[in-house]
Design a protein. Structure first.
Ligand SMILES: Nc1nc2c(ncn2[C@@H]2O[C@H](COP(=O)(O)OP(=O)(O)OP(=O)(O)O)[C@@H](O)[C@H]2O)c(=O)[nH]1
Ligand SMILES: [Mg+2]
Length: 230
């Protein structure tokens, strides 16, 4: 019985997600759903990416958190359009649903944006179960979390098209085996594109930004002619 109820909730969310994706497509904005553990560096990655790209592209952010507007306050310092979703008042869900994302997106001037980041609630489990209506799912895994996470939380890595391995600047102190991590990720999802970055220093952002620009280009043809200046 419980399983049936869950299926109903998920299929209702999937139906709304299609309309959310249509909204992004009508406005030719490329929407990225950024997922990952609390503290993996999602907000820092958004901040660094915007810092690098904002002269060429219009970026907006939808911030998802159970409580607080702390991340939105950080991002708002970059003077970009931002919408906050707090799940706390609605039961404290540990994921974002497509309807909430759509409602938040409608508060932004979507037609003026090229790219929108949806920062999902920090955890490696529930966000992977709910389609937000974004075009692509990206998981941020930071080195301190360890090599085994793709094996222990496979759905997150299966539903994502990109994995950002963050906090590369900590490699020497942590002694994480990146080759082992890459093998684990490949076992779970051989199609995963993987970029190794440090959101603190900006290292590795050239390939990540190239990927974003390519995907934005697919959404808005003229953008495909513009290449990221390093
Ligand atoms: N050394 C290092 N620290 C980082 C890096 N990226 C983020 N951090 C730090 O990690 C901590 C958490 O970063 P956030 O960006 O707030 O993490 P988050 O994933 O947005 O966290 P939640 O929103 O709570 O889920 C902060 O102290 C960041 O400064 C990195 O590349 N290297
Ligand atoms: Mg955050």
């Amino acid at each position: 019985m419980e399983i049936n109820i869950l299926k109903k909730v998920l299929s209702a969310n999937d139906a709304v997600a299609e309309t959310t994706r249509e909204l992004f497509s009508e406005n030719k904005v490329f929407a990225v759903n950024l997922m990952g553990s609390p503290g993996s560096g999602k907000t820092t990655l958004i901040e660094k990416t915007i810092e690098i790209m904002k002269d060429k592209f219009s970026v907006g952010v939808i911030e998802g958190d159970i409580f607080s507007t702390l991340d939105a306050e950080r991002i708002s310092k970059l003077n970009i359009p931002i919408a906050q979703i707090n799940t706390g008042p609605f039961g404290g869900d540990c994921h974002l649903e497509a309807g909430w994302v759509k409602e938040a997106a409608l508060t932004l001037e979507l037609s003026k944006l090229d790219l929108i980041f949806i920062e999902n609630v920090g955890n490696l489990v529930c966000p992977a179960e709910f389609d937000t209506g974004a075009d692509k799912n990206v998981v941020v895994l930071s080195l301190p979390e360890g090599e085994d996470k793709p094996i222990k939380y496979p759905l997150m890595f299966r539903t994502s098209e990109v994995m950002l391995i963050n906090k590369l600047d900590l490699l020497k102190v942590l002694k994480v085996d990146i080759t082992h991590l890459l093998k684990n990720a490949e076992k779970v999802n051989p199609a995963l594109s993987i970029f190794q970055v440090s959101a603190a220093t900006g290292d590795g952002f050239d390939l990540w930004n190239e990927w974003l620009i390519k995907e934005m280009g697919k959404k808005r043809d003229k953008k495909s002619q513009i290449f990221f200046k390093t």
